[in-house]
Design a protein around this ligand. Sequence first.
Ligand SMILES: [Zn+2]
Length: 473
Amino acid sequence: MKFHSVLFSALVGCAALLSGAVQAQATRPAATTGKFAQVSPVTIPTAPAGRTPAEQAQPGQVQPGQVQPGQVQPVAPGTLPAPRLPRLTLNPAIQEVQKIEYLGNGHIEVAGAVLTLMPGDYARARALAGYVARRVLAAREQLDEVDISVYDKGSYAGFGGPLPLLTASVPRDRLDDFLEWSAGKGSYERAWISTMPGAAPTRVPDRVRELTVNFLGNLADKAADAVHHTTAKVLGGVQGGLLYHGSARSALSALTFDDAPHPMYEPLVLDILRRENVHATFFVIGRNARAYPYFVKDMVDQGHEVGNHTYHHVRLPPLPIADAVQELMTASQVIQGITGKPVRYFRPPGGDYTPATLRAAESLGLTTVFWTDDPGDFQNPGVRVLIERYTRTLRRGGIVLLHDNAPEMLQVLPTLLRLAQAHRIELDTVSELVGQPEAGKPGGDRPVIVSANLTRRTVRPSPRLVPVEVTLP
Ligand SMILES: [Zn+2]
């Protein structure tokens, strides 16, 4: 087998998290030093040869259902624990602050702050959000943005539980605007206030991520689906409401992100895509799109496409068909309400579908989209394994599946984008892959609209970015 080397930039901050090297510094009080934390150069772990992802799982792996409050949802069996993210401690502390995590992508740094309030204090949510944003940005001068999520204290169950009461994205250069809004003056478009404070979700999200396509049904369904399924797989393109891949004659491959948007990862992922001038399709969870609409707006403003990943992130096959339709319909309504565009594509949570869910999606104008390349970023297999898996299945006309809130995805994303370039594969949206560009977007030369939260700030190079030599198969 021939080997070649690729020189790429890896994010030392993220990689150090994997080794735990940065954690001691991350938990120190946030009195600023004016510099990024000094961390050791990244060491890429070697993948055990010839072992399956399941075999690579180590003792201590996350068990199904074992989800900590605030942990990104959802978690599949066989998944290694995600690295603990660095936390910021405010001094003096603010009692409503549950946690403040932060993460960098080698160019910008973003913090996610979770606050909780008792029902009698809901009226303080805006003022408190302003105060916390100011304190967080003052405590760590490297931060380019802080994203605030205020929850009801009694019902807070992490990301995926009851909706927050208030959310806001506060880039450093918009702090004054946000403070004015939090004081009850002016307007601020990167904030959201719930009209149903403390409302519990009507359905519990399935803690599963997308790894394999799973057709579920009776024997007759399976026999009928075999033809349908095989036709879609062999021919490619949209076949009877299914999309497995595009044309291998095309130079395009679709780049897709599931489980978006997330308050902290989203600005980091969008920043990398903007720098690399790559467009993608984000399959968003309707509930999260509702609570963080400005991130969905950012996606559209940067030329990305927004697809449907159900409202609560639930597998549709176990649901009565009316409920499955409701999940799809509510998510599409939320998305269209933000983007102003009809939703065209659906990615089934867990990859699970039946003829009935396929028909339900079709009845709402949705094509069910699968994938050809899933490196399993949510399993935290290590960056070398991720790159190897990705490289093995990357192909023209393919569909790459990543998850937008997987730490290792963020760490290797620039490398994955450059590897596609090296293989002369242009990554783009699903619409572009199937030759049906969205209205107003002729394929190939769409203008890149820079996100509003990054246009007024000069981004400095980060000392966390160091070149690393990696040997790829
Ligand atoms: Zn998902």
